[in-house]
Ligand binder design. Structure first.
Ligand code: LLP
Length: 449
């Protein structure tokens, strides 16, 4: 391969057949930090933070609310600092994600707390540190947040997560706004209106507005627009009923990215321009003022910035029933640091990263080292037939939901994350060791409980 497909991070290049990211050679990174390795292009990440923020501001003007980076896609203390420095907000959905944001000294006012089953301890902590918003997700939670805010002597600002009844065009596991789903309050059944009434009656809650998130890895603007249209009609109903307006509309994340060379990442400017036109038209039609509009991209920021480097360990030529051959190439990771192919049938692309090859391409299957036949990273890809043990392979666009969903299956330590910029590299999440894993095994005498 002589040129890099556009789905590698912005500061990636091929020099003399070798992949170079942020000015650092793949071979040098691997020699220093080992494999598998998540390599995050720091400058690319920062550009994407700003691009989403400026697209929101460009198209919504004074009605631009906040960009909340969805930390579930990938977070570490260092990355939380980049986000904080860029001036945007952060969406956390567990006490753990909140702890990372706080460890990075994130301004609590710019933290938004999600989750369909927040514990009382998580809610109490969020209120105690003064988070800007809690997005309430169930009737029980309205009571809990109100009670815990009261005992803290505070009034907590909240949004209501509304389920607008949209079938988003994506994998069913990452589609979140149809009726039969665990998230939020259904619009159609009246649960969302009931939640509004409950919050209005709760003395320690302040209702700021409405939220929805229709799903993830979505390219079709229709779903976003249909959801916004339905939420705006609920804002209008609120206006008619209470004779005042809710100030905020948070339309969630979900913008799709390119995993394969022929795919195209959702353009933030196009996304925001279409959404702004729709929101303005719908507000006009419903005779309400345009609310502050917020969004929560995760994958669209973190996903394209990161490349995973692997070392090839073994290869095998397997004869298929139809007489054809398939080349199995096994790398030193797999479903533990990238569960997405096994879980969602997600498709990825890979290149040979340490040298050029003049060998012919052969149909190959890229697999991991775990004890499952389904431990497949790429089911079918043409790769040079001379790829051998010791070669490096690079998979781009692995920044979202890779490291953040990584497991220790087969007692495999999770990989390090290294940030590269201008020819420098530094570890931002260190590699786990076998000692880290063994440290969880404790020897305790049985005691009565
Ligand atoms: N806001 C809320 C309330 C969410 O639940 C999510 C993702 C986001 C924002 C960010 O969505 P994004 O912009 O990253 O698509 N593990 C799956 C994705 C699950 C997404 C969960 N919620 C995957 O690997 O595709």
């Amino acid at each position: 391969m002589s040129f890099l497909p556009q789905n590698f991070s912005i500061n990636s290049k091929l020099i003399g057949g070798e992949l170079v990211i942020g000015g650092c050679k793949a071979t040098s990174l691997v020699a220093e930090f080992g494999t598998p390795l998540f390599v995050i292009d720091e400058a690319d990440f920062k550009v994407r933070l700003n691009t989403w923020r400026s697209a929101l501001v460009r198209h919504f003007g004074d009605q631009a609310g906040q960009v909340y980076y969805a930390s579930k896609s990938f977070i570490s203390v260092e990355v939380a600092k980049w986000i904080s420095e860029s001036g945007i907000g952060i969406d956390v959905c567990t006490g753990g994600e909140l702890a990372v944001a706080l460890a990075a000294d994130f301004d609590p006012e710019k933290i938004e707390v999600h989750g369909n089953n927040k514990s009382e301890a998580e809610i109490a902590r969020a209120i105690e540190v003064g988070v800007g918003k809690i997005v309430v997700d169930s009737h029980q939670e309205i009571e809990r947040v109100n009670r815990l805010a009261k005992s803290a002597g505070k009034t907590q600002s909240v949004l209501i997560r509304v389920t607008p009844g949209i079938e988003a065009h994506t994998h069913e596991f990452i589609s979140t706004a149809h009726e039969d789903v665990k998230f939020g309050f259904s619009l159609a059944s009246g649960a969302a209106w009931k939640a509004i009434e409950e919050i209005e009656a709760a003395p320690n809650l302040k209702l700021l507005g409405l939220h929805c998130h229709i799903g993830s890895q979505i390219f079709d603007p229709e779903g976003f627009e249909a959801a916004a249209t339905r939420l705006i009609s609920l804002l209008a109903k609120y206006h008619q009923h209470f004779d005042r307006q809710l100030q905020e509309l948070d339309l969630g994340g979900g913008y799709g990215i390119a995993y394969l060379p022929d795919e195209v990442t959702y353009d933030p400017d196009l996304a925001m321009s279409a959404l702004a036109a729709l929101v303005k038209a719908e507000c006009l039609k419903n005779k309400i003022a345009i609310p502050m509009v917020s969004i929560e991209p995760g994958r669209a920021i973190s996903g394209p910035t990161t490349t995973t480097l692997y070392e090839v360990g073994t290869t095998k030529n397997v004869e298929l029933d139809n007489g054809a051959a398939r080349r199995y190439i096994a790398v030193d990771g797999g479903m533990s640091e990238n569960i997405r192919p096994a879980l969602y049938g997600a498709q990825y692309f890979a290149i040979l990263a340490n040298r050029t090859s003049k060998a012919t391409s052969t149909s190959s299957r890229l697999v991991g080292k775990h004890c499952e036949s389904g431990d497949i990273l790429i089911s079918e890809i043409d790769l040079p037939s001379d790829i051998n043990p010791g070669d490096l392979l690079a998979i781009p666009a692995t920044g979202a939901y890779g490291r953040s969903m990584a497991s220790n299956y087969n007692h495999v330590p999770r990989p390090a994350v290294v940030a590269v910029v201008d020819g420098t590299a530094r570890v931002i999440v260190r590699r786990e060791t076998q000692d880290d894993l063994l440290a969880l095994d404790v020897k305790e005498s049985p005691r009565k409980i």
